[in-house]
Design a protein around this ligand. Sequence first.
Ligand code: FAD
Ligand code: NAG
Ligand code: NAG
Ligand code: NAG
Ligand code: NAG
Ligand code: NAG
Ligand code: NAG
Length: 569
Amino acid sequence: MGVWFWRLILLSLAGIIFSPKHCVSQKETGRKYKFMQDATSAPRTSYYDYIIIGGGTAGCPLAATLSQNHNVLMLERGGSPYGNPNITNLSAFGDPLSDTSLSSPAQRFISEDGVINSRARVLGGGSCINAGFYTRASRHYVREAGWEEKLVNESYKWVERVVVFRPPVLQFQSAVRDGLLEAGVLPYNGYTFDHIYGTKVGGTIFDQNGHRHTAADLLEYANSDGITLLLHATVYRILFTKERSNSRPVAYGVVFKDAHGLEHRAYLKQGTKSEIIVSAGALGSPQLLMLSGIGPAHHLREHNIDVVLDQPLVGRGMKDNPMNAVFIPSPTPTEVSLIQVVGITNFGSYIEAASGENFNRDSQQNFGMFFPKIGQFSKLPPKQRTPEALAKAIEKMESLQEEAFQGGFILEKINGPISKGHLELRNTDPNENPLVTFNYFQDPRDLEKCIQGIRIIEKIIDSKAFSPFKYNNMSASSLINMTANRTSISLAQFCRDTVMTIWHYHGGCQVGRVVDRDYKVLGVDALRVIDGSTFNYSPGTNPQATVMMLGRYMGVKILQERLVADETK
Ligand SMILES: Cc1cc2nc3c(=O)[nH]c(=O)nc-3n(C[C@H](O)[C@H](O)[C@H](O)COP(=O)(O)OP(=O)(O)OC[C@H]3O[C@@H](n4cnc5c(N)ncnc54)[C@H](O)[C@@H]3O)c2cc1C
Ligand SMILES: *[C@@H]1O[C@H](CO)[C@@H](O)[C@H](O)[C@H]1NC(C)=O
Ligand SMILES: *[C@@H]1O[C@H](CO)[C@@H](O)[C@H](O)[C@H]1NC(C)=O
Ligand SMILES: *[C@@H]1O[C@H](CO)[C@@H](O)[C@H](O)[C@H]1NC(C)=O
Ligand SMILES: *[C@@H]1O[C@H](CO)[C@@H](O)[C@H](O)[C@H]1NC(C)=O
Ligand SMILES: *[C@@H]1O[C@H](CO)[C@@H](O)[C@H](O)[C@H]1NC(C)=O
Ligand SMILES: *[C@@H]1O[C@H](CO)[C@@H](O)[C@H](O)[C@H]1NC(C)=O
């Protein structure tokens, strides 16, 4: 019986004394679930079978599933998405992304590459601020990941029953679809979630009324007696102990702070199968492992962090799929649309589109997915996108005539990517962004996919189907030069200079490097990472379907493992 055992006994006693039944304020706005509460009302110490860090796209389906048989605590640093029109309203897409205040559900970060990016800070995670497109991973991807196909399919369906809808494909999206077919991205596969070559219409988490449904809605599946969800609960570190000086570190609790800055601790109930699961996203998960002492030893020491495990691969393999888009001013009005149609080419480039409505200066209406205010800025190369240049571009845009904003964007995202970067701590504050580098197009194969993708976009622009949405006097080539703010530019240079993000960044705790195929962190016990940080490549054309699926899938796997373990006891 080690020190750990006695520590737990003492802590359990403390827990009995200091663990009043959580008091709940029904007045809190946006309080959809009775098990959801602000962390300020949480006890200083509490005990659970599972502690999930991050109530995001993977965390919510995971918590809902584990709560069926166990006591689960989920800690989310952000607030509730319910009742916030910036989140629930499709046409408000740009609002969270342009809101850079501390209370915004989106936290802006700028990679060392110079590309402006954003990460979620809200219950439901990225699914609350994203463009809503829903599409599954390929069968090849599922096999490579070593997942069981049957359970994968069941898990996707479990998600789809609650949050996925068929988009209303209107005039602009239809023109892009037909243009893709003219450009030879064949066959036409109709409306499907499957990842297959050709052109298709995918699903969306926006319903017919333009209302967003998010991963937080998957908590409808939760067992309300088995789950505690704390909002505005920022985890500072995971606690580890060791049976003996030479044994593996074991995770046994977490330290988190509420909105008043008060520190709380949550511990695992004693029992060999209890676990802490990190679902803090591609930036948050590697950052939190490092803050807890798992990472490259020399780097941790630079920040005076006690090293629990020297793991040089934490924060390695950071990837962001580059996105390049061409703006096409239109003589005819276009609907407001985010992504609905996708062309899946056989050379690794995915073609998608978004369209805007007339820019309404009075209401500060956003312009679809591309507007410097939300950080999407391609008129200058990444390194030149300084705050001053961005401010100038926003000012210039706001002075333009409304007609200048009528039109749409056709974009391409490459698969993979192969190019990769790294993440380091900037400081020891979990509220601040770590330093992240993606090295867009460092690998020439990534660049080649981009060039070929732009050639398809040129064909779509010049297609018969697309002709109502472009001016006759503007060729595809002139639109490309115009998009890059240049009189002449090669396609390779276009790819490099106009690179933006489609926010599908991933990696940092990759399978085979930081976690094993069961998502258990290598070298320690009672700790897993389950979210987009574990991906080696981005799944499907867009990842959210597979992130939600993974939360459900691993929840079911863990429940099954527990049943087997309890039976053989
Ligand atoms: C603007 C935008 C548009 C996108 N468009 C699409 C699209 O159309 N289709 C698509 O498929 N994908 C899209 N994506 C990508 C997709 O949304 C993400 O890949 C996915 O949401 C990532 O899920 P995750 O669970 O890995 O992380 P997240 O959903 O980000 O979850 C991580 C959670 O952890 C919380 N957290 C982090 N650190 C801590 C801490 N220390 N303590 C407590 N909580 C913490 C965060 O607040 C967050 O809620 C888009 C993303 C963005 C940002
Ligand atoms: C959604 O946003 C649009 C544009 O700002 C606005 O006109 C509409 O009333 C909003 N709808 C809801 C339900 O908030
Ligand atoms: C909605 O977004 C706008 C613009 O970014 C911001 O000013 C406003 O405070 C946000 N509202 C909420 C409820 O978050
Ligand atoms: C899973 O779904 C895919 C795509 O819909 C289908 O092709 C495949 O046969 C299914 N596999 C199983 C095992 O059900
Ligand atoms: C376009 O390029 C010129 C010259 O390189 C630069 O001065 C200008 O600011 C750029 N436009 C925008 C909107 O950034
Ligand atoms: C193309 O035609 C439109 C509308 O007739 C006009 O406003 C625009 O200046 C022209 N553009 C070019 C590049 O000639
Ligand atoms: C755009 O740039 C390309 C490449 O430099 C050049 O060949 C082409 O003529 C330019 N197009 C127009 C319409 O100026």
